[in-house]
Design a protein around this ligand. Structure first.
Ligand SMILES: Nc1nc2c(ncn2[C@@H]2O[C@H](COP(=O)(O)OP(=O)(O)O)[C@@H](O)[C@H]2O)c(=O)[nH]1
Ligand SMILES: [Mg+2]
Length: 322
């Protein structure tokens, strides 16, 4: 595909806003090209789907799925796609793997490729190796997630890691799911020590392993309860016959439907703006604004529908005037 004209970019935005999922691949390309000649096009497209323009937040649920390598995320993803499709929901997946240059197909693994029917226009899987930067997710990633949430019912963003990745993904996800495999104590320790914020849903994979999986779930449940949280701890097996996947979907939908979406997304945009500001200007920049609290307060006074780039520009102006 050649460069996208502004008119084409606007058209893509309008189609996404009208929930035309066939516009999604070209929209994602445009966002990935951003920085080259297409920054203006990307901005034009994003304006079309912005809450300030549409009048409401992008309706799809953005689910952040994160966990250590090997925990079973990709295998579980294919089951999630299949079960959500069985509920007649359209599903998009953004797999963020900085170490991988592989295509979305191979990222998902063999079982996933079987589960994802390439002719099904209501499923889209993209992997991106370029979307992360040191200290957080790239702005293009949250824009891609929002663009997809305009048109798809469910947007899953898969990230790898533990301890930091759930914090990063809070900048874009509505519901955060942390995946743990049996007999890996790190997540438990991170939760107990407060290094890691308690996610919205905790999942212990590979329940087919039996007693080790049960014990992992019990330990996590105890830790979460002792910290006063009522986060659900679920067990799944992604091997056939998959077990617990529908319960996971129920838990995600329940969490999402209880959210005040405008408030939640506004908070995520503000987090993203402050994060990218801090990344560029460092703690000195934050101190010049009067500290993190003052910066958060300044952000909280802005219109809830403002995008993270506009919020970021506002912080830059405040710094220039400080
Ligand atoms: N026994 C069992 N193995 C699983 C299950 N889910 C994934 N695995 C295996 O665990 C390994 C890592 O899975 P993968 O989905 O690639 O993990 P990821 O790195 O978190 O994406 C693979 O060998 C999978 O076959 C499960 O539910 N039960
Ligand atoms: Mg994987």
């Amino acid at each position: 595909m050649g460069p996208t004209s502004i008119e084409q970019a606007v058209e893509l935005g309008k189609r996404l806003a009208a929930r035309d999922r066939s516009a999604a691949p070209a929209a994602l390309n445009l966002l990935e090209e951003r920085g080259a000649a297409s920054a203006e096009g990307a901005d034009a497209m994003l304006r079309e789907i912005a809450p300030a323009n549409v009048g409401s937040e992008a309706p799809g649920v953005i689910v952040g799925i994160t966990g250590p390598p090997g925990a079973g995320k990709s295998t579980l993803l294919s089951e999630l796609i299949a079960r959500w499709r069985a509920r007649d929901k359209s599903v998009a997946v953004l797999a963020i793997d900085p170490s991988s240059k592989r295509s979305g197909g191979s990222l998902l693994g063999d079982r996933a490729r079987m589960a994802v029917d390439s002719r099904d226009a209501d499923v889209l899987v993209r992997s991106t190796a370029t979307a992360t930067r040191l200290g957080g997710l790239a702005p293009a990633t949250r824009e891609a997630a929002i663009a997809l949430a305009s048109a798809f019912d469910v947007v899953i963003v898969e990230t790898v890691g533990v301890g930091q990745s759930e914090t990063d993904i809070a900048e874009l996800a509505d519901t955060i799911v942390v995946i743990v495999q049996p007999a890996s104590g790190d997540v438990l320790q991170f939760i107990k020590s407060g290094v890691m914020e308690i996610p919205d849903v905790l999942v212990v994979t590979k329940s087919d392993l039996g007693v080790v999986a049960k014990r992992a779930a019990r330990d996590l449940e105890a830790a979460v309860k002792s910290l006063g949280s009522n986060t659900a701890v679920l067990q799944v097996s992604s091997l056939p016959p998959a077990v617990g996947v529908d319960e996971l979907i129920d838990a995600v939908e329940e969490h999402f439907s209880a959210l005040d979406l405008t408030k939640h997304r506004a908070r995520a945009r503000r987090l993203a703006a402050l994060d990218s500001f801090t990344f560029e200007h460092g703690e000195r920049g934050v101190r010049a604004l009067g500290g993190r609290r003052a910066a958060e307060k300044l952000l909280a006074q802005q219109d809830e529908q403002l995008g993270h780039r506009e919020l970021r520009q506002m912080l830059d102006r405040a710094l220039a005037n400080a």
